[in-house]
Design a protein around this ligand. Structure first.
Ligand SMILES: Cc1cc2nc3c(=O)[nH]c(=O)nc-3n(C[C@H](O)[C@H](O)[C@H](O)COP(=O)(O)OP(=O)(O)OC[C@H]3O[C@@H](n4cnc5c(N)ncnc54)[C@H](O)[C@@H]3O)c2cc1C
Length: 438
C-alpha cells in the first residue's frame, strides 16, 4: 500500500476526544461527494482515508476523459443538495459572467467538459476542508481485496497484505477495477493508433452502450481516426438522449400486483402511449417510474430484487442514464455516415486485440467478492446501509454506481449526492467507538 498524500497534518483535536476513523473506498465522483458530505455533516473530529486502486481524487477530469462533456446538464450536477443550482452558479461566476455564452443560454443548460466539473467539485472539497480544523484526509493508493466485520470495527484488507480497521466504511467502487474508465480510454487510443498504421486494418470494436462509449467513439473521430468502428452494444442500442423537459404527463392506472415484471410491462406501455401523444416523452415516464420503484423497493422480497438485478437493471440503467442531445445527434450521424455500425454483442475478453471494453456495469458482484458473500443476499436500504439477508451490516454504507447494482438507482448525480448525505447522516459517527491516531 502506498501512502500517497496527507491533507493537513496540523489537525487540532480536542484533548482526549476520540478521532473517528473512516474509509471511503473509491475516489470517483461518488467517493468525492461522500467525503464532502462527511466534512459538511459529520460534526465529530475524524480522519478519512480516500482509498483508490489507481485513480487520484478527480482523475475522471484528466486527459481526454476530461475533455468529454458531462452527460447531465449543469443544473443537475450540484455537489450540495441544499443548493441544487450551485454548479450552475459557480459556472456563471467563474466562466460566464458578462460572457456571450451567458447571453445565449443559461449556464444551467450547459453540458461542460468534465475537467470543469472536476474543478468545481475539488473547489467545494477544498472549501469544506478549510472550515474543518478537526479533520484529516489521507488519499491512499491501494487495491481493497477484503472487507469484513470485527468487534472493534470494519476491517479492510489490501492487495499487498496490509490492513486497517475503521469505525465506518463507505464503499463507492462504482464500476469496479475491471471496468475502470481510464483503461477504456487508454486501450481505445492504443488500438486506434496501431490500426492507423496497418495497410488493411480490421475494424476497431467498442463494447458498450452508455456515455463512456459515446465519448470515446466521438473522441477517436475528433482525433482523426478514420477506420471502421464496430459497436457491440446490447440489443444494438445507442445511449439515449435527455428529453426536452417536463411535459405535464398523466399516467394510466399502475398494475395492482407487486411483480416487477408487471411493473416493467406497464412502463413500456406508458412509454409507447407517451411517444404517441403530441409532446409526450418516454423519458418522463421512466423518471416517474424510477422514483416510484425506489419507494416500492423496500417492500419487495429479495427474490424479486435479484430478478431485477439479473434481468432488468441493465435495461433500466440504459434508459435512465442519458447523454446530451448534441452528443446523441453526432453519434447518430456517425451511424448514418456508414463508417460506424452495430455488430452483435460479445464478451470483450474473448475477442481479438482490436476490441475495447467501454461497458459501465455496476460492480455489485465485485463488492460481494470483497465481502466474501453471495451477491444474491445483498441489498441497500434508503439510507445507503448495506444489508445482508435484509439485516444491516453495521459500519458499512454503499454510495453511487455500485449501489445501483443492488437497488434501482442512483442513476443521476443529484441522486448520488442525496444518497451520500443520507448515508453520512445515518452513519453512527457522532460518538466514535474507538480511539485511534492513524
Ligand atoms: C463522458 C462521460 C460523461 C459522464 N457524465 C456524467 C454525469 O453527467 N453525471 C454522472 O453522474 N455521471 C456521469 N458519468 C459517469 C461518471 O463519470 C462516473 O463514472 C459514475 O457516475 C460512477 O461514479 P462512481 O464514483 O460511483 O464510480 P467510478 O467512477 O467507477 O469510481 C469508482 C472508483 O473506485 C475504484 N475502485 C473500485 N474497486 C476498488 C477496489 N477494490 N479497491 C480500491 N479502489 C477501487 C476505481 O479505481 C474507481 O476510481 C459520465 C461518464 C462519462 C464517460
Amino acid at each position: 500500500m502506498f501512502f500517497e498524500r496527507i491533507v493537513r497534518e496540523d489537525v487540532a483535536f480536542a484533548d482526549g476526544l476520540p478521532l473517528a476513523k473512516i474509509a471511503v473506498i473509491g475516489a470517483g465522483p461518488s467517493g468525492l461527494a461522500t467525503v464532502i458530505a462527511l466534512m459538511r455533516r459529520c460534526h465529530c473530529p475524524f480522519e478519512a482515508w480516500i482509498v483508490d486502486a489507481q485513480d487520484a481524487p478527480g482523475a475522471f477530469g484528466d486527459g481526454p476523459a476530461g475533455g468529454a462533456l458531462t452527460a447531465e446538464p449543469a443544473r443537475d450536477l450540484s455537489v450540495l443538495p441544499d443548493r441544487p443550482d450551485d454548479f450552475a452558479r459557480w459556472l456563471k461566476e467563474n466562466f460566464l459572467s458578462n460572457g456571450a455564452v451567458a447571453a445565449l443560454r443559461g449556464p444551467q443548460d450547459l453540458h461542460v467538459p468534465r475537467s470543469v466539473f472536476r474543478d468545481y467539485v475539488m473547489a467545494r472539497f477544498g472549501e469544506a476542508l478549510a472550515l474543518r480544523r478537526d479533520v484529516r484526509i489521507r488519499t491512499i493508493r491501494g487495491t481493497v481485496r477484503h472487507i469484513g466485520r470485527r468487534n472493534d470495527g470494519v476491517y479492510v484488507g489490501f492487495l499487498d497484505g496490509e490492513n486497517a480497521v475503521f469505525d465506518h466504511v463507505f464503499v463507492a467502487t462504482g464500476f469496479g477495477i475491471a471496468q475502470r474508465e481510464a483503461a477504456s480510454w487508454r486501450d481505445a487510443a492504443a488500438v486506434a493508433e496501431r490500426l492507423s498504421h496497418e495497410e488493411n486494418p480490421a475494424p476497431l470494436t467498442l463494447v458498450g452502450n452508455g456515455p463512456r462509449l459515446a465519448a470515446i467513439l466521438l473522441d477517436l473521430r475528433m482525433r482523426g481516426f478514420t477506420g471502421a468502428i464496430h459497436v457491440a452494444a446490447a440489443a444494438g442500442r445507442l445511449p439515449q438522449p435527455h428529453s426536452r423537459g417536463y411535459d405535464g404527463m398523466v399516467f394510466g392506472e399502475p398494475p395492482a400486483s407487486r411483480s416487477l415484471r408487471d411493473a416493467f410491462r406497464y412502463i413500456r406501455r406508458e412509454c409507447s402511449s407517451a411517444e404517441a401523444r403530441r409532446g409526450g416523452q418516454w423519458q418522463t415516464v421512466v423518471d416517474a417510474a424510477s422514483d416510484r420503484l425506489s419507494v416500492v423497493w423496500r417492500n419487495l422480497p429479495q427474490a424479486e430484487r435479484n430478478h431485477y438485478r439479473r434481468h432488468l437493471l441493465r435495461l433500466h440503467r440504459h434508459f435512465s442514464v442519458r447523454i446530451a442531445g448534441d452528443i446523441h445527434r453526432r453519434l447518430a450521424g456517425e451511424f448514418e455516415a456508414g463508417r460506424t455500425r452495430f455488430v452483435p454483442p460479445h464478451d470483450p475478453k474473448s475477442a481479438d486485440g482490436n476490441t475495447v471494453d467501454c461497458r459501465e456495469v455496476p460492480a455489485a458482484r465485485a463488492l460481494a467478492g470483497l465481502l466474501g458473500c453471495d451477491v444474491a443476499t445483498l441489498s441497500v436500504d434508503d439510507h445507503g446501509h448495506l444489508l445482508s439477508h435484509d439485516a444491516p451490516l453495521s459500519g458499512l454504507s454503499v454510495v453511487g454506481a455500485v449501489a445501483s447494482g443492488l437497488r434501482p438507482g442512483p442513476f443521476t448525480f443529484a441522486e448520488t449526492v442525496r444518497q451520500a448525505y443520507r448515508s453520512v447522516l445515518a452513519a453512527p459517527l457522532s460518538r466514535p467507538a474507538r480511539v485511534s491516531r492513524g
